[in-house]
Design a binder for this molecule. Structure first.
Ligand SMILES: [Mn+2]
Length: 333
């Protein structure tokens, strides 16, 4: 059964966590609610068990999750080597892809023996001595919760909020196809413990700045349909940020807005940020967008994937429209 090696990795990571006195908890660049909620929960539970823990992201955590992190410092990529050396164990959570850990490649390779990975994505680079990869897990937060259970580390109310944030954001507030009993059972415990779903929803999804709504309106106005309405594409340029005053981190979830259209199976957003273009892909299931993302150097899940490129945005848009249209046509046959 496929669980044998996974269980083995799970048990090894439980042992490594139990044995470590100090942890460095790392997640991916452009971190989201699952990434930040998962490392914060692991840190707080470890501290409750008498250990020390530091958090690190390669770039900066988005302000949206300030309510979770509070005053807690989050180190950036330049501190990885020093903090990694100081820690007994480095845990990389919610990614196993070097492409999402840019700038850390050499420092990770040099410390591979003391690194373990907890992740639910398909892309698995050789970055760690132990990798617990569970693509069936709705969120890394579900996996972290299971580690905390096995370790018997304490989950206080704020840790429960962090875990609930992790699971609810990665499942689109428990509505995407990855929502399953395992995720709901985890969340139900945190609600019983006192997490308020209405307050959390408001923090995460109803705390936008007017600048973000202006950018969303502009983006939706520019939405284009292809492949007989099955493909929606939205292009957000530097000029759109300039015109609205929105920040680069405020396009999170824009891609999902295209899924309001009944005809759409696949949605793509391209976001320009200087010389770099960030692409998000979503599928309702007709095609596997992680395959398409991989062709362009990215990765992810079958229904949610992403990539980054330095090609001109219009050229990249044409290539992606072509790739998605072909895949949608193939899927129909
Ligand atoms: Mn995740």
């Amino acid at each position: 059964m496929c669980g044998t090696s996974a269980n083995n990795a799970f048990e090894q990571i439980v042992e490594r966590l139990a044995a470590a006195d100090s942890l460095l908890l790392v997640t991916h660049a452009r971190s989201d609610g699952d990434a930040l909620g998962s490392i914060l929960a692991l840190a707080r539970a470890a501290e409750g068990a008498g250990k020390t823990a530091r958090l690190l992201v390669p770039d900066q955590p988005p302000p949206r999750y300030g309510f979770l992190l509070g005053e807690r410092p989050v180190a950036s990529g330049g501190q990885f080597a020093a903090l990694g050396d100081a820690a007994d164990l480095v845990v990389i959570v919610d990614t196993c892809a070097l492409g999402q850990l840019e700038g850390l490649e050499d420092a990770i390779a040099a410390r591979r023996d003391k690194i373990v990975v907890v992740d639910h994505h398909a892309t698995a680079d050789d970055i760690a001595s132990v990798r617990w990869m569970d693509t069936a897990a709705a969120a890394a937060g579900v996996m972290v919760s299971e580690l905390l259970d096995a370790l018997d580390w304490p989950v206080d109310l704020h840790t429960a909020v962090a875990l609930t944030t992790a699971v609810t954001t990665d499942t689109g507030w428990l509505r995407y196809a990855n929502t399953d009993g395992r995720a709901l059972r985890a969340v139900s415990r945190w609600l019983d413990q006192g997490v308020r779903p209405d307050e959390l929803f408001r923090e995460i999804y109803q705390s936008d700045r007017p600048e973000r709504i202006a950018l969303l309106a502009r983006t939706l106005a520019g939405l284009r349909l292809y492949a007989g309405g099955r493909l929606a594409v939205m292009v957000i340029r530097d000029a759109d940020f300039a015109a609205t005053g929105a920040r680069a981190d405020e396009t999170e979830n824009f891609v999902n807005e295209a899924m309001r259209l009944g005809s759409v199976d696949t949605a793509v957003t391209l976001v320009e940020n200087g010389a770099c273009v960030r692409v998000s892909l979503r599928s309702r299931g007709a095609i596997d967008v992680s395959e398409i993302a991989q062709r362009f150097g990215g990765g992810g899940h079958s229904r949610a994937a992403g990539l980054r490129q330095h090609d001109p945005i219009d050229q990249l848009a044409s290539q992606l429209i072509e790739a998605c249209t072909t895949a949608l046509d193939d899927a129909r046959e």
